[in-house]
Design a protein around this ligand. Sequence first.
Ligand SMILES: Cc1ncc(COP(=O)(O)O)c(C=O)c1O
Length: 399
Amino acid sequence: MSRQEGRHFLQIPGPTNVPDRVLRAIAAPTIDHRGPEFARLSKEVLEGLKVIFKTEGRVIVFPGSGTGAWEAALVNTLSPGDKLLMFETGHFATLWCSMAQRLGLDVDFVPGDWRSGVDPATVEAKLAGDRGHKIKAVAVVHNETSTGVASRVGEIRAAMNRAGHPALLLVDTISSLASIDFRMDEWQVDVTVGCSQKGLMLPPGLGFNGVSDKALAASRSAGCKRSYWDWQEMLANNKSGFYPYTPATNLLYGLHEAINMLLEEGLDRVFARHDRHGEATRRAVRAWGLELLCKNPAEYSSSLTAVLMPAGQDGDALRNVILKSFNMSLGTGLGKVKGKVFRIGHLGDFNDLSLAGTLAGVEMGLTLADVPHKAAGVAAALDYLTRAARAAAGKKSAA
Ligand SMILES: Cc1ncc(COP(=O)(O)O)c(C=O)c1O
């Protein structure tokens, strides 16, 4: 293969582009993971993660992927046969449900259309109807990466409180953490599942569990078998900054730097930046004359946009043309929407010009792949971004 000039545009909704500062941090010499320098690094990372998760509780870091962190959330809080309420919002919710079933949990999987998020009213009705409190946990995917639909976790929590039900709330924030506002303590989330390769701008390899006091208490009597994923041993070691096994030392250097970058920018600005790029992308999609997969504007995702292909057109054929012609990877359609959609990732280390380039690649690709559209998407997005930049500059000079 000949050299591909320029930088590859990795516009899948994770893994995301890893910034140079993080790459350089990861390139440090590996240190003794039982020595004092590691303990300092690890304690700083664990404190910093609490700010990102918005929790006073604790965050556990596993060497592993998001799937491992899903498993840790389930096996530490539940016992075989326990009832679990889950919602079919898309591919990842379906995979998490299958895992729960394989672990011997009894899942009530509420069917969905893969275009909508979790309905808080359904949560309330299901819990209100469970007078014997058989449901031990409600597990939801905050941002469904396969569909670009973000469920309203704050409203789901309010619905649980209205039902007065004691179930734990487990939330997958894998493609929302550090890109879409998430408030673990304010929304009384008991277990937050996360991983490194999306909003945290790291390579894959770390899985996270944010753990509330209530979840920790549940873990003391939870009967699911666990060993590698056991919170207790991890927390006992973490107290002095260590791990029960060899941690992913160099990824933790990268995580330390990524947390610094996010806090330098400020979380509110990080969220506003993702909101702006989500809105600009949706304007481009509408101007192309294409349809968003997400139906409800209150559930639009700020980290990715899933675009429906016109009838008879294949999303993967379009993606292949764009990869070959412009060296840009877009997200494929997963599960039930395979071939029917393509996904534009706009999360992580990303700015207005990265989005402009991304949308230009899509618009040129639509033409090359003979997908019927109007070549007006980039102009619509640039118009929105320019107006947003002007408003931001105006605000700054007025201040
Ligand atoms: C929402 C969501 N949950 C879970 C996963 C699984 O994570 P991993 O592939 O790191 O195991 C993903 C992966 O993209 C995801 O997007």
